[in-house]
Design a protein around this ligand. Structure first.
Ligand SMILES: Nc1nc2c(ncn2[C@@H]2O[C@H](COP(=O)(O)OP(=O)(O)OP(=O)(O)O)[C@@H](O)[C@H]2O)c(=O)[nH]1
Ligand SMILES: [Mg+2]
Length: 539
């Protein structure tokens, strides 16, 4: 029997939550597709010596897949479809890193991850510069007040001019770039970086295929001049130019989203990766108290609280379990503790709590604010749910994006009815697709709704391979959904070309082929309830 907690225990718990939170750095790696997020994620883990050798045989064709890209489809295509979490220690810090998918079709997943982090590492491909998806991500970070560290990646390949890239960042994002390092050698001729804080030269040496930590050689400015000659001098001149324009790091401006520190790297050869880790530990903010749905802040030292930002199954073919990822917001988490599930007010036992490392996991006994923990077989937990002990708290619900593509799904094998239902339910609760019920079509033929059509492919693949229920999809000619109510249904029924469906939570939606059809209906019946779904910030 354990003794009843005394007020002294609560004090101690609060103090350890504060101290441990202070050494957490929780961030997402984000960017447009293919900029090298998963490669960088792996390079960071390699650098922190959590993995011995980078698993990626770099280059898309036949690569073995990085630690964070574990799904079959991700490996086959060399893209990330769903975000992945890694936790590791570096120096005296505990790093919680979330690798996100870059493709716009999976942006809802990325968006959810951004609700769970304190900072973001934004990757920019040196050759491509800022792309549409990058701009959307910048906007979301700004909206959420997430400070951004920018990494110009793939400097080992021919690309844009470094100063031009800085102009592009400041003109297009409004953030002032404050480079911490500056490349020595143009893109494609990466010799190393000038460290702007002390004027030294960090010279890179290559290792075979970038599979192990690239040793850095530290040289003084004089040594660098002797070694690299003109190329070094040019870097020094450009660094002076930066100084003249006031592109200097200022911690407060960084934290308030006015500036973004910039580093140059080549993730594939592990260049600049150590500098990024150091930057994150030195500059990225530790967790802070989190506002609840009413705006009141739950302090770090308050009793335990967390929210679910992602639910994922199929990570392990042998177990077929369902993992709910929580971000801890306050207090201390101890495995086995019984917490309250905010939505149902039911107790939830946390016996199976795990630290996640790509698809590998390990039991976690204690965790602190900022940590991402996976709760196994948490079938009651849904995305956005809050968990707590003692004083209740309800964190703001997570946004569901407005779907733009719709398809009817049916089982290709009538004998697999049970598997079909189970699979569809699971995909719905994970938010892989939104499942809508159509009275007209019946329960056996639900409508799947998605932000981007690649989500359909993921759903089809997972239904067949994970749930053993092959499906066929028939695309529907709609591209927007509006919320309505029971009272509006009879009038809507008189309008051709639209369809009424129901979300799992009971909400009624009307599907329209285009905005003209919506306008005609609104003009004809101005009193109908037709509300837009939450705006898609990213999609
Ligand atoms: N030359 C070069 N190639 C790189 C570098 N970093 C990544 N790559 C390559 O770029 C491709 C995409 O890398 P990923 O790490 O999968 O990119 P990602 O950003 O995770 O892609 P998504 O998750 O699909 O958005 C792979 O072929 C990598 O080997 C780099 O620094 N230099
Ligand atoms: Mg990736």
């Amino acid at each position: 029997m354990t003794a009843a907690p005394t007020p002294g225990d609560a004090d101690r718990t609060a103090r350890s939550a504060l101290a441990e939170a202070g050494r957490r750095r929780t961030f997402a790696v984000i960017s447009h597709p293919d900029a090298g997020k998963s490669t960088l994620t792996e390079a960071l883990a390699l650098h922190a010596r959590v993995i011995g050798q980078a698993g990626a045989v770099h280059g898309k064709a036949g690569r073995r897949g990085t630690v964070s890209d574990w799904m079959d489809m991700e490996k086959a295509r060399g893209i990330s479809i769903t975000s992945a979490a890694l936790q590791f220690e570096y120096r005296d810090a505990v790093i919680n890193l979330l690798d996100t998918p870059g493709h716009a079709d999976f942006s809802e997943d990325t968006y959810r991850v951004l609700t769970a982090v304190d900072a973001a590492v934004m990757l920019v491909d040196a050759a491509k510069g800022l792309e549409t998806q990058t701009m959307k991500l910048f906007a979301v970070c700004k909206h959420r007040g997430i400070p951004i560290v920018t990494v110009i990646n793939k400097w080992d390949r021919p690309g844009k001019d470094a100063l031009e890239l800085m102009d592009e960042i400041s003109e297009r994002t409004g953030l002032t770039p404050t480079p911490l390092t500056w490349p020595v050698g143009i893109a494609g001729d990466f010799r190393g970086v000038l460290d702007r804080r002390d004027g030294t030269f960090r010279r890179f040496t290559r290792t075979a295929g970038g599979a192990t930590i690239a040793p850095e050689e530290l040289l003084t400015a004089a040594e660098a001049t002797a070694r690299e000659g003109e190329v070094w001098q040019q870097a020094e001149e450009e660094a002076e130019l930066l100084e003249a324009t006031g592109a200097e790091h200022d911690q407060e401006s960084f934290l308030s989203g006015v500036t973004t520190p910039v580093l140059f790297a080549s993730a594939v050869s592990n260049f600049g990766v150590g500098a990024l880790l150091d930057t994150l530990v030195d500059l990225a903010p530790p967790p802070a108290g989190r506002p609840d749905a009413d705006g009141a802040v739950r302090a770090l030292g308050d009793p335990f609280s967390a929210f679910v930002f992602k639910v994922q199954s199929g990570m392990d073919a042998a177990h077929r379990d369902r993992l709910a990822y929580i971000r801890i917001c306050s207090g201390v988490f101890e495995r086995g503790m019984v917490v309250t599930h905010g939505r149902t007010k039911r107790p939830f036992a946390t016996k199976y709590a795990q630290q996640v490392f790509g698809r590998e996991r390990e039991s976690v006994d204690v965790a602190y604010p900022g940590d991402v923990v996976g709760l196994v077989n948490a079938s009651a937990l849904g995305v956005g749910d809050s968990l707590y002990t003692d004083r209740p708290v309800s964190y703001p619900p997570l946004t569901t994006f407005a779907p733009e593509h719709f398809a009817v799904v049916r089982s290709r094998d009538t004998a697999k009815h049970k598997q079909f239902r189970k699979g569809i339910e699971q995909l719905d609760s994970e938010g892989v697709v939104q499942v809508l019920r159509s009275e007209r079509r019946g329960d056996g033929s639900p409508v799947l709704a998605v932000v981007g059509p690649m989500q359909f492919e993921v759903a089809t693949h997972r239904m067949e391979h994970e749930f053993n229920a092959p499906v066929a999809l028939d695309r529907l000619p709609y591209n927007m959904a509006m919320r309505t109510d029971e009272a509006s249904l009879p009038l809507i029924a008189t309008s051709g070309g639209v369809e009424v469906v129901q979300r799992t939570n009971g909400e009624l939606l009307v599907l329209f082929p285009d905005k003209w059809a919506l306008r005609i209906l609104q003009q004809r019946h101005p009193d109908l309830t037709l509300e837009p779904l939450v705006a898609a910030q990213l999609a």
